[in-house]
Design a protein around this ligand. Structure first.
Ligand code: GUE
Length: 293
């Protein structure tokens, strides 16, 4: 058997088309602010991609490229300014941050209504409680991918390998909401292969090239590869996922890397920016109604 390839491009285009139609109902063009500290090549390239795609669908986009030495205090001050700027609808602080800046207080400082990454504790709580909020981009992008290709999670066994706050844990919340039976496995899980072989839907989000091999996968399973690993090629570095290419002989469907989940992460970020602008629009109207006797 050779797995059907679940390409991210068409699914991302569908997400973006929907976001675009919602733009016309807004009184102002949503404005995304991306903050980057330092010149880490991967961060520079991801931020450039987000900025380019945002402009392509007609959003305003500003990149704040700050020095590696920027203090946590200065970063918090910029976030405070953007929180109060009614023309700034989305705020994203590119991770990882330099070592002298702690991630948690920075994320907590972002107005939850502008937190287009969905990382603020208030959005994390909303996600697990099923309340409205902004979902994290990669897990929401994965769910959009499944929906686009007509793959339902309801009543199926989902196994996620990886327990990060940005992928594994929030993906579990979304799959649970979609009525899957969810298992999260990780580096301390004994006999990982025995666990992953139970999966109808298998998600790899660890960051170890080729970790998932064919004998770890049930015949006919759907395999979603969220890993992005840079490995040395003969000429230049190339991107590979957490799933070994031979898994395609066992799986019924599988996402490629690159060209799989990656494009959906960016599309979901822009969908979240439009959503954030909508939330702020309603929020302002509600405040006006309250202020009117
Ligand atoms: N605050 C924050 N939010 C993020 O969402 C965030 C972050 N920090 N830090 C880094 C990770 C990584 N990330 C990706 C975005 C796009 C692709 C993507 O489009 N990848 C393409 C390939 C791009 C290439 O060739 O480099 C693909 O997989 O086909 C991948 C990874 C967002 N991140």
């Amino acid at each position: 058997m050779s797995a059907r390839e679940l390409r991210g491009g068409p699914a991302a285009d569908a997400l973006l088309a929907d976001a675009r139609t919602r733009l016309s109902d807004l009184s102002a063009t949503p404005h995304l602010h991306v903050i980057r500290l330092g010149e880490d090549p991967a961060s520079v390239s991801y931020v450039r991609l987000k900025d380019k795609k945002a402009r392509e669908i007609g959003l305003h986009s500003t990149v704040h490229a700050l020095g590696e030495e920027t203090s946590e205090e200065a970063l918090l001050e910029l976030i405070g300014t953007l929180n109060h700027d009614e023309h700034a609808h989305g705020i994203l602080v590119q991770l990882p941050l330099p070592r002298h800046v702690s991630t948690e207080p920075v994320i907590a400082a972002i107005d939850p209504f502008k937190d287009v990454d969905g990382f603020h504790p208030s959005n994390v709580g909303s996600l697990w409680s099923g309340l409205p909020g902004l979902p994290p981009c990669t897990p929401a992008g994965v769910m959009a991918m499944l929906a686009h290709y007509g793959i339902s999670a309801a009543g199926r066994r989902a196994v996620i390998v990886g327990r990060s706050n940005i992928v594994g844990k929030p993906l579990a919340a979304l799959l649970l909401r979609a009525d899957a039976t969810v298992t999260i496995a990780h580096s301390r899980t004994p006999d990982l292969a025995q666990v992953t072989r139970q999966a109808d839907l298998l998600f790899a989000a660890v960051g170890r090239a080729g970790l998932i091999t064919p004998e770890m996968v049930q015949e006919g399973a759907v395999v979603v590869d969220v890993g992005i690993n840079r490995v040395r090629g003969p000429e230049r570095d190339r991107l590979v996922g957490d799933v070994h290419p031979d898994v395609a002989t066992v799986a019924s469907a599988m996402t490629p890397v690159p060209g799989g989940v990656g494009p959906l992460t960016v599309a979901q970020l822009l969908a979240n920016t439009v959503r954030a602008a909508e939330l702020q629009h309603y929020q302002r109207h509600a405040a006006l109604r309250q202020a009117t006797p």
